[in-house]
Design a binder for this molecule. Structure first.
Ligand SMILES: CC(C)(COP(=O)(O)OP(=O)(O)OC[C@H]1O[C@@H](n2cnc3c(N)ncnc32)[C@H](O)[C@@H]1OP(=O)(O)O)[C@@H](O)C(=O)NCCC(=O)NCCS
Length: 189
């Protein structure tokens, strides 16, 4: 796994034992992960109604994903980490932000975990990891996220991490003709 000379290393890989006795590896994403990341999103897109894309709707090719990963790694205000079990991706979190000086202190967090491993604390660990990076990086002063108002697992988790609801966006998501509202949540660092 080679680092390009534009990469900014943001996370030392670490392992954690889960409730099920299995070992979780958390590390930054690399361009070599692009294909597995695309497959991962195709999988999780079919496991809940809570993402902005459904089954077959994740539209990144491996090439697009690889380029995106390179941008994440080169940006001092962006972050993208994987949780792996036995070499397989079981969770991803990322923080995407603008390079514009007026906006680069803020961005949006996204998080997913494969359904088989919900409830093992993987999302909680990934969020802690991302927030720790953001605090340490010093550039990021605010983390935002959007969550469907019916996301019963996500919202309590975000509240516990210190996020507050800043607003409600009506009819933000439409699934098979049914509209769902989203909360805009924020965490000031
Ligand atoms: C939301 C999501 C990321 C949470 O991942 P997770 O790894 O299951 O989360 P955790 O195990 O860290 O648990 C988070 C909290 O959920 C709650 N939780 C756990 N099991 C639960 C259950 N069976 N029912 C309801 N809540 C439960 C707990 O309060 C837990 O907090 P804790 O750390 O105090 O135990 C995951 O369910 C997911 O990927 N969902 C689909 C995609 C999605 O909604 N993404 C977020 C979009 S904004």
């Amino acid at each position: 796994m080679e680092n390009s000379n534009t990469d900014i290393i943001k996370l030392a890989p670490f392992t954690r034992e889960l409730k099920n006795g299995k070992t979780l590896l958390v590390r930054e994403v690399t361009p070599e992960d692009a294909e597995a990341v695309v497959q991962y999103y195709h999988k999780v897109s079919g496991e809940s109604q809570l993402l902005p894309f459904g089954p077959g709707e994740f539209d990144h090719t491996v090439e697009i994903e690889r380029d995106l990963i390179k941008k994440f790694r080169a940006a001092d205000n962006q972050f993208n980490a994987l949780a792996l079990m036995g070499g397989e991706i079981v969770g991803i979190t990322f923080f995407i932000a603008s390079a514009r000086p007026r906006l680069k202190h803020t961005g949006e967090l996204a998080i997913t975990v494969v359904k088989e491993y919900w409830g093992y604390g993987i999302a909680s660990l990934l969020m802690d990891t991302l927030i720790r990076w953001a605090k340490g990086a010093g550039i990021v002063k605010k983390i935002n996220l959007r969550v469907n108002t019916n996301n019963e697992r996500g919202i309590p988790l975000y509240l516990r991490k210190g996020f507050v609801v800043e607003g409600r966006m009506e009819k933000e998501v439409c699934i098979n003709g049914e509209f769902f509202d989203s909360y805009w949540m924020g965490l000031k660092l």
